[in-house]
Unconditional design. Structure first.
Lengths: 748, 197
């Protein structure tokens, strides 16, 4: 039987195939102890392969901390991250857009490599959990064959680019931002200028200012669609926001440019990336997001830096080439639009119609939201949904930042039929976007940083709220709840009416799971303002706190007073007084149930909290680039074993050029990918200056590269292949030594 | 020789809907980890009971996962072996059958009279689309071999059918023993004799 690599060879784009092959080689190198664990960890994260809770080989079973003795023993895939420990695979879905075929492949992968569940994140990714690292190259190949990448889904790089799920069908948008999000994703993916960040970088697009849309004000880089008349012509462009973010120190983004034209969009994003890479914090990861740089410099100085940087950005045809293809971004509905009239309505349809259906700007069509509990759906539901999509909407599937699935371009006349079919596959729940549709990060279920069970609490609240949803006043029904398992805000608790994030308190000799209550955050206006933390409450009291808050809100609110205003008017002091009765800590002997978390019968402990990989290790740019060279050398060795000597020549030459490039880029970031250019720069900067000279061999090793570059072999035999492999190894060693010698002089 | 799939699952369904709530399975599986009740390096419990017809509550282990599973609209114990499968298909099936059976019997002990499995039938899943495409032709090619292996496991004739016709889904079979009743304990005792670890 052929391998997935062989089977999919013709379906995977060449650049993606190289990245995945390189990663597979790095897995082998790491297993052989030939690749540093920190470097491998950063490479792994950049492929979206993340650690999971208990991957340090320890778990508290409720009585004692137990060692998990994985078969591969001490082998690690990063600091304190055991090789065999199950991990999470994050999969980028740019602006949440999926085709039916892509949904099917994702479902296959959940079946074969994970636990049968697909999880939608708050940034429109899909996550698979309990994945073994050895399975990831084939998993990535199967995704790449249908146009999906995991490249830079984690790590210190540009993460998934998000956008409003209504883009292109919205009544209020200025224009459809989807093709711009798509263009930026393609442009920045694996771009040289996004490889040397001290921290992750999140980008979002929004079509309008008033709704939540893309939440641009809480992103590192936010783009808000605008038009402006220039020289009598209406031009498309964006208000550019920079330096927003949640996390422990939430910050609203600042306006970098009131209006950047569509031609300026990509060069501007590139310039911002270069400034972030050049001036952003690298050592202290807690202050390495771009929001800290913007704060430190001030927005005016940051803007000046970006403007100066723009002058140095090399010309790139891709900056504007995408504008010629904007017209290709047309949506193809599966059916003609048709009004809903006279069709018998199934039971439950009216409730669902009220909360889950949005009438598009295109007459006769609607967008529907599938209320997906905790963002989870099964592989079987994925296959079934792909069939439903093909019949009713074609490839118009999106994932939302509220962890739901969205189907666009449903003919209105089909709404009763599609509702029936969604109910049959368990995806027909009403209440999308209401108080029952709670957002939650993975928390202690799988996240290494989780302090309390965000999903356990969410499941409990959801169950209780669904039971009485029809009894709730509209003002309560419309509230948004968001839950994070710790202060890192993956559940986006700062921008909910009612947010919770996990923490813990001590009572006697025991720790007790708690949630900090955060009130009055604003979801609308692109996450217009953040909520106030008002106090930490034992996890088991949260349902009562929610009831007390909503009851009082309904009883005391002025007509048309929204939750944010009510909270503001009530004041932190009064709210704290309201929560006080729930904040008392019982002792363990009286109420042992308070010392277990929601959905977990174990006695609570914080001993399982690990070190987060969210930011990845800050590994120097040189380390990352030289690792690529070593992977190519490894590929050459494999080719030698197979007797494929032309491939040996190709890979060994590539390894030498990549090694040279690694060193050149410590001085000259924009060297690019052209082999001739790299060799010339290497020669002038390091060989002619004797910086790469070995104490005894002088410039001999560097000349191996020049020889191969200038005199490619007419024929490649076994002897030549062996010699080239050896020379490549020596050249790479020489580059390592040179970098170490000159480190501190030219390497940051 | 027939290739052993990357992942192999066996699910036994309950005879009837139990009084025991799915939420009660979480502490049971947590205790199984503490007491090492079932085979494998047991890692954690994950709760998916909010997902309709999903894997329910899963006891994650390094080699294979045990799920109190709701797939196909039927409650059951589903064991999916993920790693370290024996290299011969008959040995692999025997191993997975035995471990699924052992776990199901442990679960019966947790709620005697309430949790009762029908061991006379099972679903077998070959979670490996590289080697096992869900096609009638593959089923036809493997039917005799699989029937023989499963007859050996049950100690008598079996009936076999494909679980799903949809070629996108995993290759899966339903097996039914052609005997009046199957005693889980006796079956386990027999399967444990000389069974691969």
């Amino acid at each position: 039987m052929s391998t997935w690599k062989e089977q999919l060879e013709d379906q995977i784009p060449a650049d993606m195939a190289v990245l995945i092959d390189t990663f597979e080689a790095q897995i082998e190198l790491r297993k052989q102890g030939k690749l540093d664990e920190k470097v491998f960890a950063e490479q792994r994260l950049r492929k979206g392969a993340y650690g999971q809770r208990y991957d340090n080989g320890q778990r508290h079973d409720g009585v004692r901390t137990r060692e998990l003795s994985y078969p591969s023993g001490e082998l690690v895939k990063g600091p304190d991250t055991l090789w065999d420990a199950p991990g999470m695979q994050r999969i980028k879905i740019p602006y949440g857009g999926l085709t039916a075929e892509q949904l099917e492949v994702l479902s296959e992968l959940a079946d074969e490599y994970a636990d049968g569940i697909l999880h939608i994140t708050t940034r429109q990714d899909i996550q698979l959990h309990y994945v073994h690292i050895d399975d990831t190259p084939d998993l990535m190949r199967r995704l790449a064959a249908v146009g999906i990448t995991t490249q830079e889904a984690c790590g210190n790089s540009v993460r998934n680019i998000t956008a409003c799920t209504l883009a292109g069908v919205c009544h209020d948008e200025v224009f459809d931002v989807s093709p711009y999000a798509d263009a930026m994703m393609r442009f920045l993916l694996d771009h040289d200028d996004v490889q040397d960040f001290g921290r992750k970088f999140k980008v979002a697009f929004s079509g309008c200012a008033g709704h939540a849309c893309g939440l641009v004000k809480m992103h590192d880089l936010g783009l808000l669609a605008q038009t402006r008349e220039i020289d009598g012509e209406i031009k498309r462009g964006f208000t550019v926001f920079v330096g927003g973010g949640l996390g422990t120190v939430p910050q609203q983004a600042k306006v970098l440019a009131e209006f950047a034209t569509e031609e300026q969009l990509l060069p501007l994003a590139q310039a911002v990336s270069r400034v972030f890479a050049r001036l952003g914090e690298k050592k202290n990861r807690n202050r390495a997001r771009i929001k800290f740089l913007v704060s430190k410099l001030g927005i005016d100085e940051f803007r000046r830096e970006v403007q100066e940087e723009l002058k140095t950005v090399p010309h790139d045809d891709r900056h504007t080439a995408y504008l010629d293809t904007l017209g290709d971004f047309a949506y193809q509905p599966a059916k003609a639009g048709m009004a809903l009239n006279g069709t018998p309505l199934p039971d439950g349809f009216s409730d669902w119609y009220r909360t889950n259906v949005y009438h598009q700007t295109q007459s006769g069509y609607s967008t529907i939201t599938l209320n997906t509990p905790l963002g989870d759906f099964t592989s079987m539901q994925g296959f079934q949904l792909a069939e439903v999509a093909r019949r009713y909407v074609g490839d118009n599937i999106r994932l939302s930042v509220e962890q739901n699935i969205v189907l666009r371009w449903v003919a209105d006349a089909d709404l009763p039929a599609i509702y029936r079919e969604l109910c049959e596959i368990g995806l027909g729940d009403a209440g999308a976007g209401t108080i029952v549709d709670i957002t939650a990060c993975p928390g202690t279920d799988t996240c290494k940083l989780g302090i309390a069970s965000s999903r356990g609490l969410t499941a409990e609240l959801r169950t209780r709220l669904i039971e009485r949803i029809n009894l709730l006043p509209d003002a309560v029904r419309e509230l948004k709840i968001k839950v994070s398992g710790c202060f890192n805000s993956c559940g986006q608790h700062h921008v909910a009416d009612i947010g919770f994030f996990g923490n813990s308190r001590r009572s006697g000799n025991h720790k007790m799971p708690h949630f900090q209550v955060v009130l009055g955050g604003q979801w609308q206006e692109n996450a217009g303002s953040y909520g106030l933390a008002v106090g930490a409450v034992p996890a088991k009291h949260i349902p009562e706190v929610l009831e007390a808050l909503t009851n009082r809100y309904v009883a005391e609110r002025a007509e048309d007073e929204n939750f944010q205003t009510w909270v503001k008017n009530l004041g932190r002091k009064e709210i704290k007084a309201m929560l006080q009765p729930y904040m008392k800590l019982p002792n363990f002997d009286d109420k042992p149930e308070y010392f277990s978390d929601w959905g977990d019968s174990r006695v609570y402990t914080i001993d399982d909290i690990g070190v987060g990989e969210c930011a990845g290790e800050v590994v120097s740019l040189f380390s990352l680039e030289i690792a690529r060279a070593e992977s190519a050398h490894f590929e050459a060795l494999l080719a030698l074993d197979d007797g494929n000597y032309p491939m040996v020549d190709q890979q060994a030459y590539k390894a030498m050029v990549l090694a040279a490039r690694a060193l050149v880029r410590t001085k000259y970031l924009d060297v690019g990918d052209d082999y001739g250019n790299i060799v010339n720069e290497f020669r002038s900067r390091f060989y002619d200056t004797e910086l790469v000279y070995d104490r005894f061999a002088k410039g001999k090793f560097a000349r191996y590269l020049f020889k191969r570059h200038n005199q490619p072999p007419a024929q490649v035999g076994e002897d030549y292949a062996h010699q080239l492999i050896d020379e490549t190894q020596l050249f790479i060693e020489n580059i390592h030594s040179a970098e170490q010698r000159i480190n501190g002089v030219i390497v940051s | 020789m027939t290739i052993v799939p990357n992942r192999l699952g066996v699910k036994f369904n309950l005879k009837r809907e139990p009084a025991l709530a799915a939420a009660d399975i979480v502490p049971i599986f947590q205790r199984w980890i503490q007491e090492h009740t079932v085979d494998g390096m047991l890692i954690d419990v994950i709760d998916y009971k909010h997902v309709p017809e999903g894997p329910g509550v899963i006891l994650i282990a390094d080699e294979g996962d045990y799920a109190y599973d709701f797939s196909d609209g039927q409650v059951g114990l589903h064991y999916i072996r993920k790693r370290n499968l024996p290299g011969i298909l008959s040995d692999a099936l025997l191993l997975v059958f035995r471990l699924a059976l052992a776990a199901a019997l442990c679960l019966e002990d947790e709620a005697p009279g309430d949790i009762e499995f029908d061991f006379s039938s099972a679903k077998i899943s070959f979670l490996d689309r590289q080697n096992y495409r869900n096609e009638q032709s593959l089923y036809a090619a493997l039917q005799d071999e699989l029937s023989a292996i499963l007859a050996e496991i049950y100690g008598g004739d079996v009936a076999l059918e494909r679980a799903y016709d949809d070629p996108r889904l995993s290759f899966a079979l339903r097996v039914s023993a052609q005997i009046d009743s199957v005693d889980g304990h006796k079956l386990l005792a027999r399967l444990s004799e000389g069974s691969p670890k």
